[in-house]
Design a protein around this ligand. Structure first.
Ligand code: HEC
Length: 195
């Protein structure tokens, strides 16, 4: 092939990959997310993990760019139920790590400046695909600054790195149920990283 033909072929291949309906998705065949075995979850995550990190970082968001270098709180993603039956995987920054990894149930407050970032993977039964969902974020603000959410600021990034519109009360109405865990849900017990 001439150089020109090679380039043309490469361009066509790239275009095909980009336009292919689900070229970037990963296969997912299970009917019910709760029936997924650990190995299947690991396979889905292995297929998606690079794409996810690239997507969240795409618009240069500070958290979206940095969170993968933070402390992992679980040994693999897991399905908890809330957050749309997605696979969930939480990373926490240095300020948060020590306290978060205690998975404490009691009378404590996370240090100001704690940031918790949770990746999510959406599983579509209909399309039989797994693809990146939002990156859900919680940041602990100054004591007393947002009494209605226990000083947590809720936020999110879309899989393409764009900032999501988040209604604080929507997130906190559910998170406030974890009132002895400073409003944190924690990963499923079987996947928690031990301190
Ligand atoms: C219906 C209940 C519910 C709603 C609504 C909800 N969450 Fe959660 N969230 C949970 C549960 C349960 C967990 C822990 C499960 C897990 O991570 O495996 C969790 C975990 C998280 C975590 C990981 C830190 C931790 O341990 O709590 C973040 C970050 C988070 N949610 C952000 C958000 C944001 C942002 C919103 C609003 C856009 C939101 N959540 C709405 C139930 C909810």
């Amino acid at each position: 092939m001439t150089i020109r033909a090679t380039l043309a072929a490469a361009a066509t291949a790239t275009a095909l990959m980009a336009s292919g309906a689900h070229a970037a998705d990963c296969a997912y065949t299970e009917e019910d997310p709760f029936d997924l075995e650990a190995a299947q979850i690991e396979e889905i995550y292995a297929c998606l993990q690079d794409k996810m990190a690239e997507g969240y970082a795409k618009e240069g968001d500070e958290i979206g760019t940095a969170y993968r270098g933070w402390t992992a709180t679980s040994t693999r993603p897991a399905v908890a139920g809330p957050h749309g039956n997605r696979l969930l995987n939480t990373f926490v920054n240095d300020v948060a790590a020590e306290q978060y990894l205690k998975f404490e149930d009691g009378d404590f407050v996370m240090p100001v400046g704690s940031v918790l970032a949770k990746e999510s993977v959406s599983l579509s039964k209909k399309k039989k695909t797994a693809r990146p969902g939002p990156l859900f974020i919680m940041t602990k603000m100054e004591a007393g600054s947002i009494p209605e959410t226990s000083d947590w600021l809720y936020a999110g990034l879309q899989p393409n790195g764009k900032v999501m519109k988040v209604k604080q009360s929507f997130c906190h109405d559910c998170h406030s149920a974890f009132d002895t865990q400073d409003a944190m849900g924690y990963p499923m017990e079987e996947v928690r990283v031990s301190n």
